[in-house]
Every structure is written in C-alpha cells, then in structure tokens.
Ligand binder design. Structure first.
Ligand SMILES: Cc1ncc(COP(=O)(O)O)c(C=O)c1O
Length: 383
C-alpha cells in the first residue's frame, strides 16, 4: 500500500462519507470487506447447505490469524464468542486455592473481568483491587505491594475502557513473575490499535475481541494461553468443541483438547468468523504499526484542540500512557453524545466522560470537525 493513511482506506468504509466516526472503542466501522464476508457466508449457506467442513476450516483460519496477530502459536489460541466466555473458562481451570488463593486486579478492569474475579469468591478466593495512581495509570507501587506469596493471578487491562489510560504491561508482568504469579491481560481496547507480541510481553494469558479495532462484528473473541500453562489447566466450564476429538461424540468421559481449544465451548459463531477474518485481514493489510503511528499524530492534534477550547482531558497526557482513545469530562454525557451526533460526530460515553476513539480511517479533518463541534457545545464540557 503506497498511499498514506487514512486516504488509502477511507473509501472502504461507506459510513465515513457522512460521519466522523469516533466509536471504534465500542464497535469498528463497517467496511465493504466485512459486508462482503457476510454475503459470502449467506451464499455458502444457500448454495452448499450445511458445509461444516468448510465452516470448521474457517474457524481454524480465524485461529491462525489471531495467532499471527499476537505472535503466538495457533495451539495457544482459543476462539470464543466473547472475552467473558474465554476468561470464565480460564478461571474455571485455574481454580485458585490453598496457599495461593488471592486474585489481584487493577481498578481499571472492564466489569466482566471484575465480575468473573469476584465470582471466584464463591469458591473461597479473595480479590484485592489495586487503585489507580494520581497520574490516572495502574500504579506500579500499589501493584507491587498487593502481589504477594498468596497471589494466584494478577488481572490487568491493557488500555482502560473508561479513560484511555495505557498500562505499563511489561512492568506489571515483570513484578508478578518475580513473585511467581501469572498475569491475565485484557487487551480488548488495544488489539488492532496497538501492536501486541505475546512473546515480547511474556504474558501468561491474554484476552481480546474482534469487533472494535479489528473491524469485525460482535460475537467473536479469543483467549491466548502460553503453551507451558496448557498441561496444568483443566477447565470445568467446557463443551463439545473443547473436546480432544470433537467428532467422537463420546458421552462417557471428559477429555479436553491438550491445546488452548480446551477453553472453547459449543458450535463456533460461523457468521462472525467470516466477518472477523475479513476485519483482521483488513487490519493486516493496513498495518497495526502504521495505525498506531497515524493515531498518535491525530491524538496530539486533538489534545492541542481540546486545550485551545478549555476542555478537561481525563486521559494521561504522556503518549506512552495512553492508547487510541481520549476521554473528555462533560456535565451531561448523553446530552453531549446526542449533540455531537446531530453534527455528524459519532461518539459514546462512560462515567460522565465522552470517549473519542481514533483508528486508521480517521483524518486530520475529523479532528478539526470534532474540536469545532465540541466548542459549539462548550456548555456541556466540564471545566
Ligand atoms: C476492555 C474490555 N474488556 C472486556 C469487554 C467485554 O467483552 P465481551 O463482551 O466480549 O465479554 C469489553 C467490551 O467493551 C472491553 O472494552
């Protein structure tokens, strides 16, 4: 691809003809590629009936693509329908107990992570929250204090869904590993926007989904499990697609796959897999490194504009401590979202803040239009 971003890619997203799309932290914009993938799914269904060999092959292709994206081995990747499903299956197999029965999690986790961790309390697990530091990042000092010889697992988020803060993942992993504790990283708000290399991070478990910066649709996610952990984890949350031999149709025992497929469940989400493959291929073509660099430029331009109009930015300023989303304080989050939507700027809120998330297809003109719209609705900005 020779044309620079975003011009090389904008024409593949019809929505961008009318709107400034800043909602990728919730759902990536629909591309012509993903629409065509859904049409192909219907065509295959219509013309071939029930082509399960093809559909199982598609699921394996999705696994291969996720593995390539993370620099993992396909046997280390489970294809799931949500982050929640993969993380629940993982916890059902980790079964923290005995002298190591504490889970340490950051206060920046998505509700599903907090809820799954607290569900383990029913099994005797203790959960300790690590509050954020004053610079709105996961505090390494507080993390180090919380991780001890009783800790079974540390759960951190890569980029916080509420405020866009990016965690110093490598440092938390180093701290946890020093104490012999594995780390679960929730990368849903990072994957597709931030290059991820599980070998370089040396992370134990990593979860993410395809519908945001990987441009697929809802109902497709993944769980990475480092290969050396696989023999030691036997999930009790399972299903026939997690079995060692799916088509044995054996009801006499439980023999999970030795690979990360052991974290899967029932029939794979075939339509979402078609869409997810198209989304991942598109991001592979665009390049996640290029996207990160492009978005870094846009967010600098945005922050300058926000300062000019006197907006309160909730996201850390340090480029190393933020991802593709910038959060801005409002007096009424939904009034602001609706006012911007009238101006053709599509956003969404969390915790009183407006979330502005940037991707490969956003342009410098998008930044200008957004700052002008925010200035017009300045009465809704919390100063
Ligand atoms: C950081 C993060 N983790 C987890 C989730 C939830 O994932 P799922 O609905 O696939 O379980 C989200 C959804 O927005 C998220 O942003």
């Amino acid at each position: 691809m020779t044309t620079a971003l975003p011009d090389s890619i904008r024409h593949r997203f019809p929505l961008l003809e009318q709107s400034v799309y800043l909602n990728s932290c919730s759902q990536g914009a629909l591309s012509v590629d993903v629409r065509q993938a859904y049409e192909q799914y219907l065509k295959d269904w219509d013309e071939k009936g029930a082509p399960w060999d093809l559909w199982v092959e598609r699921a394996e292709s999705a696994r291969g693509r996720v593995a390539r994206l993370l620099n993992a081995d396909p046997d280390e990747v489970a294809i799931t329908t949500s982050v929640s499903a993969g993380v629940s299956a993982l916890l059902s197999g980790l079964r923290p107990a005995g002298s190591r029965s504490k889970i340490v999690m950051s206060d920046f986790e998505f509700p599903t992570i907090g809820q799954i961790m607290h569900a383990q309390e029913l099994l005797g697990v203790k959960v300790e929250h690590v509050p954020a530091g004053p610079d709105v990042t996961v505090s390494l000092e507080r993390m180090a204090e919380a991780i001890d010889e009783e800790t079974a697992l540390v759960a951190i988020t890569h980029v916080c869904f509420r405020n866009g803060s990016k965690t110093d993942v490598k440092e938390v992993i180093r701290l946890a590993h020093e104490a012999g504790v594995p780390v679960l990283l929730d990368s849903f708000q990072a994957v597709g926007a931030v290059p991820i290399d599980v070998r370089d991070l040396d992370v134990d478990f990593l979860a993410g989904g395809i519908l945001k910066y990987l441009l697929g649709s809802a109902g497709l996610a993944f769980l990475y499990c480092r290969s050396d952990h696989l023999p030691n984890i036997t999930p009790t949350q399972t299903g026939w697609f997690a079995d060692e031999n799916i088509f044995d149709m054996d009801i006499s025992d439980y023999s999970p796959s030795p690979t990360a497929r052991k974290f899967e469940s029932g029939t794979p989400p075939i339509p979402n897999i078609y869409a997810g493959i198209a989304g991942m291929d598109l991001m592979h073509e665009v390049g996640i490194d290029r996207t990160e660099a492009h978005v870094a430029g846009l967010t600098v331009q945005l922050l300058e504009g926000l300062d000019r109009i006197g907006a309160t930015v909730v996201t850390p300023r340090d480029p190393e401590k933020r991802g593709p989303m910038i959060a801005v304080a409002t007096t009424d989050e939904w009034a602001m979202v609706n006012a911007l939507a009238e101006d053709g700027v599509l956003t969404n809120p969390r915790d009183g803040n407006l979330r502005l998330s940037w991707h490969c297809y956003n342009s410098a003109e998008d930044v200008e239009r957004t700052v002008s719209a925010l200035e017009r609705h300045g009465d809704l900005l919390a100063r």
